[in-house]
Design a protein around this ligand. Structure first.
Ligand code: PEP
Length: 250
């Protein structure tokens, strides 16, 4: 299946009204390529971004959602609220949230289910730490993180997920995995997904992204990997020229 490639910008806790206006106006006026492009600003800026992106092909996503549909959860934001503010995507289980905000496998699974129930496409992040990689645990870690979510989903629902493979040691470090490494892991992840779906095809129609210090140079080889359907971009998504170059590559 030839899928439309997906490029997602994760702004993390960056931005201001002025900076967002400049960034989104620069992206809007930039020529758009064939890839689907999504930006994920911090919660308070979703309304501003939705206004600035009105009529644009660039879509909107959030960086997280609450693990319950609503209620007494101070500081949390529900999936239904994201939908009201124009989000179509939500990043779930980013390694920074797994490390610092109690997003364990069970909670990540809850968030994925809630996102799907509300018509949002979850971008499920998985990835091994440097210590896990050095201990030879990469595949076991990825299998655990993936199974924790996939066991709760029917094949038709699994197909709606976007999965982002982000080795933690490559996030924000300037280190990118090599093409061989990404290709090998991506093949393995597709196998796991196919198994969970009971699919005979070893490359099911789930979009698998790579993330970790992606820039224009790495986008150029990443786009050539058949198992990789796009990228999740942190730092470089805050710079219009860099993000635009990555989008054009796909
Ligand atoms: C991320 O935040 O998901 C990410 C991959 O960040 P960076 O591109 O800065 O490594």
């Amino acid at each position: 299946v030839q899928q439309r490639k997906l490029v997602v910008g994760n702004w993390k806790m960056h931005g201001s009204l002025a900076a967002n206006t400049a960034l989104l106006n620069a992206l809007r006026s930039a020529e758009t390529g064939p890839a689907e492009v999504v930006v994920c600003p911090p919660f308070p800026y979703l309304a501003q971004a939705a206004t600035l992106l009105a009529g644009s092909a660039i879509g909107l996503g959030a960086q997280n959602c609450g693990h319950e549909a609503g209620g007494a959860y101070t500081g949390e934001v529900a999936a239904a609220m994201l939908l009201e503010f124009g989000c179509r995507y939500v990043i779930v289980g980013h390694s920074e949230r797994r490390a610092d905000f109690g997003d364990d496998d069970a909670r990540v699974a809850r968030k994925v289910l809630l996102a799907l129930e509300h018509g949002l496409t979850p971008i499920l992040c998985i990835g091994e730490s440097l210590a896990q990689q050095q201990a030879g645990e990469t595949r076991a870690v990825l299998q655990r993180q993936l199974q924790a979510v996939l066991t709760h989903l029917e094949p038709a629902r699994i197909e709606q997920l976007v999965i982002a493979y982000e080795p933690i040691w490559a996030i924000g470090t300037g280190l990118t995995a090599t093409a061989d490494y990404v290709a090998d892991i991506a093949g393995y992840l597709h196998q796991l997904i196919a198994q969970a779906m009971g699919a005979a095809d070893n490359r099911p129609a789930v979009r698998l992204l790579y993330g970790g210090s992606v820039n224009a140079a790495s986008a150029d080889w990443l786009r050539q990997l058949p198992d990789i359907a796009g990228v999740l971009v942190g730092g470089a998504s805050l710079k219009a020229d860099q993000f635009d170059a990555i989008c054009q590559a796909f």
